[in-house]
Design a protein around this ligand. Structure first.
Ligand code: SF4
Ligand code: SF4
Length: 150
């Protein structure tokens, strides 16, 4: 990830979406919300789960000990990026690459599932079944991001 693209618009620290009940931070993909991160935030729209960070001053971070998740942001192809963020292009490409890979795996699952019934050799059948279940495991890994519809 190219780390020089930040234009310091500050939008990512003003619009942080949380699921407090399940302690999920959606800001940089789905991450578990920890107490350190939670303690920095105040509600903007608590009903919709939107928070902002108290350390943001004049669009700049004033937290000298900012959490690792801040130092890494955006690190996930599923990061929720504001319109003003200059990482949008890069994250879009990473996101599309993953979707492309998942679509290829799905095609292979369909292909192997179709030919498996035409094979009489049990060993070959087992091998194909193993490939199918390995592919499905990878597809499932992205279920939370909607992989079943890609
Ligand atoms: S600590 Fe700094 S980088 Fe992290 S959310 Fe707050 S203002 Fe943003
Ligand atoms: S939204 Fe993007 S460009 Fe703006 S401060 Fe955050 S990382 Fe930087």
């Amino acid at each position: 990830m190219n780390k020089d693209l930040c234009n310091q618009c500050g939008a990512c620290c003003q619009n942080i979406r949380l699921d407090l009940e399940n302690r999920i931070l959606y800001w940089d993909g789905k991450k578990t919300l920890d107490d350190e991160f939670l303690s920095m935030l105040y509600p903007i729209n608590a009903v919709d789960g939107i928070y902002a960070c108290k350390f943001l001053k004049n669009n700049l971070c004033t937290n000298l000990n900012k959490p690792e998740v801040c130092c890494m942001y955006p690190s996930s192809p599923f990061a929720e990026l504001p319109d003003s963020c200059d990482y949008r292009g890069e994250i879009f490409i990473l996101n599309e690459n993953i979707k492309h890979r998942i679509r290829k795996l799905k095609e292979e699952v369909i292909h192997y599932s179709a030919i498996i019934s035409t094979i009489s050799d049990k060993r070959e059948q087992n091998q194909l079944n193993k490939i199918i279940s390995a592919h499905k495991k990878i597809i499932d890994k992205y279920k939370d991001y909607g992989s079943e519809n890609w």
